[in-house]
Design a protein around this ligand. Structure first.
Ligand code: SAM
Length: 282
């Protein structure tokens, strides 16, 4: 029964640099019976670059459920489909979830063909902790909703990752600062894999100023990464910082952090980072 179905491939495509298409993605896109694309014009450009002429079908958020049904029928006829989005990995802040979940529910084989995704690309080069992270997608558009949204993740210890339009970044940074404070390290990863790729690091207020002063930074595509809640903050952070500041007057920061950890019960590495951010290192 299962063999009668075609295969649904979930294919990642480049997020800016066409050189990032994988050999396997190229082969699958050429071999499948049809490609379900978020924006057929966008995908046509990629296919033209690759010299591929596989037929295209529109699959975007406005027709997701109806299109999913049609694609499931195509799969039921034994034909194979590659699902792609405009850029990056389908389903990651992009259409595809109803199709993939329905295909799995019907026992259809779903095969991922991995490749670029802006969030992983940004995290991998951000310099923020990557052992634990929370991807949040796009923030809500209104200030009230955005603040409530940030409030819901303020205690998350992992790095927070979100997608945002650079045009809205100044407003989002203001709400972020209002809810999470100005003490966290942030990274703005813009135009990844493209000519004007930029990584900016700083506090919410410093980055807001930087964006205001340089309108170029408000163009293109952006991933925002926010340091998670610091472990030192869970022990009495004000007290830990006070002890650290006193000890750092007389000792190298690493030693001051180690002693502060013993005195306050905080974590040595987190205290060391905190000390660096507060300019206590010497
Ligand atoms: N599915 C895609 C992925 O796997 O990354 C994301 C699609 S989502 C609709 C588009 C958002 O991803 C952009 O608004 C931006 O936040 C982020 N993004 C995509 N390409 C990017 C790039 N080259 N540089 C920075 N951010 C990018």
């Amino acid at each position: 029964m299962q063999q009668e179905y075609g295969i649904l491939y979930v294919v990642a495509t480049p997020i800016g640099n066409l050189g990032d298409i994988s050999e396997r993605a190229r082969r699958i896109l050429a071999e499948v019976d049809c490609i379900a694309a978020e924006d057929t014009r966008e995908t046509k450009r990629l296919l033209a670059h690759l010299g591929i002429s596989t037929p295209l079908l529109a699959y975007h958020e406005h027709n997701e459920r109806a299109a999913a049904e049609r694609l499931l029928e195509t799969l039921a006829e034994g034909r194979s489909i590659a699902l792609v989005s405009d850029a990056g990995t389908p389903l990651i802040s992009d259409p595809g979830y109803p199709l993939v979940s329905a295909a799995r529910a019907r026992g259809i084989r779903v095969v991922p063909v991995p490749g670029p995704s802006a969030l992983i690309c940004a995290l991998s080069a951000s310099g923020l902790p990557s052992d634990r992270f929370l991807f949040l997608g796009f923030p809500p558009r209104t200030e009230t909703q955005r603040r409530a949204w940030f409030d819901g993740v303020k205690d998350e210890p992992g790095t927070l990752i979100l997608y945002e339009s650079p045009k809205r970044a100044v407003a989002t940074l203001a709400d972020l600062e209002a809810v999470l404070g100005d003490g966290r390290r942030l990274v703005l990863a813009r135009e990844l894999t493209k000519r004007f790729e930029t990584f900016l690091t700083g506090s919410p207020s410093a980055l807001r100023e930087r964006l205001r002063d340089d309108p170029e930074q408000q163009l293109g595509e952006l991933v925002m990464l926010i340091e998670g809640r610091r472990e030192a903050a869970s022990a009495d952070s004000a007290e830990a910082l006070r002890v650290l500041a006193i000890l750092a007057e007389a000792l190298p920061l690493a030693q001051a952090a180690a002693l502060t950890a013993r005195i306050t019960g905080g974590r040595k590495n987190a205290l060391y980072r905190l000390g660096l951010e507060q300019g206590l290192g010497r």
